[in-house]
Design a protein. Structure first.
Length: 347
């Protein structure tokens, strides 16, 4: 059977069903998708296009995905998935934004294929739904072809499609501008400089140019919890802690606060003639962004400390919840107590 016959068969089958039967079929299809092996998202992020922020991902097979919500928002279609279906498609997986009868003369098998929903696992382990990123341009072109047809036939566009057509026009214009910039940046080698500048701008927001007046930023509880989890006797903060505590502070806080922040703090820290630091690292954090981010991060770390019964459990929870920026997350091979118990049995 040809692809066109399959598509016609899908429409006919759907038309012969009751609303309840269609919902049941859609639910079973969704469950089948979610129980099958799903590709994982190795990279996730957001980008701005035509005044809209779109979430995207690169999957393990290198497919570029725009999330379903972002895809619909960019087209001026603010809808959420139907209950039970998990994705806005018909039985033959044609997305709802191409289902209008007036668009069918411009829809071919290629566009149907490229707009099939992509189901995947997000980096956090959840379920994601999206569309091939290349489909955004193709779908926008469908709407603009329909616009050109309407103008040629009657001189105007039906009001109900005006919002989507305007969004499609913005998408094409936005993609053209982004494409030109990307080509120039790649040809000149500026793309690497651009990445470094973006990181530098982030660090500049976090950091100040000179040391601020010293103020207590790390509560006693932070150090007391370290001592508890390490099994050390706490005598108060006035007693010099083991040297390794400074290493823990760098690891738990600064290395996980923002990409490259530890190295930049060390670079900016004023030194005496003997090479000693003139202040504390947190004195270089900015008041508007750096210190609030530090306080929020400290709160999250201490919450994990309080919830942990031992050092290994805390480290595992910390690496899962607040991984070092730019590092590879340790593979969780089970919870820490189970591993310790297994080790005890092995001995």
């Amino acid at each position: 059977m040809s692809d066109s016959n399959k598509a016609k068969g899908g429409h006919a089958r759907a038309a012969s069903m009751t609303p309840g039967e269609r919902r049941a079929v859609a639910r079973r299809a969704a469950e089948a998708r979610w129980t099958a092996h799903l590709p994982e998202a190795y990279y996730e992020g957001d980008f701005d296009l035509a005044a809209a922020k779109l979430s995207c991902a690169v999957l393990e097979d290198e497919r570029r995905i725009i999330t379903q919500a972002g895809f619909l928002r960019s087209l001026g279609r603010a809808r959420s998935p139907k209950a039970g279906a998990g994705v806005l498609t018909t039985l033959d997986e044609m997305p709802f934004f191409l289902q209008a009868e007036v668009l069918q003369p411009f829809v071919d098998e290629e566009i149907i294929e490229i707009t099939r929903p992509v189901f995947y696992r997000t980096k956090s382990g959840g379920k994601g739904v999206g569309y091939n990123a290349l489909a955004l341009k193709r779908v926008a072109e469908i709407y603009l072809r329909y616009r050109d047809h309407c103008i040629e036939a009657s001189g105007s566009v039906p009001a109900r499609y005006a919002k989507m057509i305007k969004a499609a026009d913005l998408i094409i214009r936005g993609l053209a501008e982004v494409g030109i910039i990307a080509l120039v940046d790649e040809a000149t080698g500026y793309q690497d400089v651009r990445a470094r500048r973006a990181l530098q701008e982030l660090l500049d927001q976090f950091l100040r140019k000179e040391l601020a007046a010293w103020a207590k930023r790390f509560p006693d509880e932070f150090y007391r919890e370290i001592f508890r989890l390490r099994g050390w006797h706490w005598q108060g903060r006035h007693i010099n802690p083991p040297q390794v505590v400074a290493h823990y502070t760098t690891d738990f806080i600064y290395d996980r606060l923002a990409p490259g922040i530890t190295e930049e703090l060390q670079r900016r820290m004023p030194k005496t003639e003997s090479g000693a630091k003139k202040g504390r690292l947190h004195q270089l954090l900015s008041d508007d962004i750096g210190h609030p981010a530090l306080a929020q991060h400290l709160h999250a770390v201490m919450a994990l400390m309080r919830a942990s019964s031992d050092w290994d459990t805390f480290k595992l929870m910390l690496d899962r919840s607040l991984p070092r920026r730019g590092s590879t997350l340790e593979l969780p091979l089970g919870d820490a107590p189970s591993r310790k118990a297994a080790a005890g049995r092995a001995r």
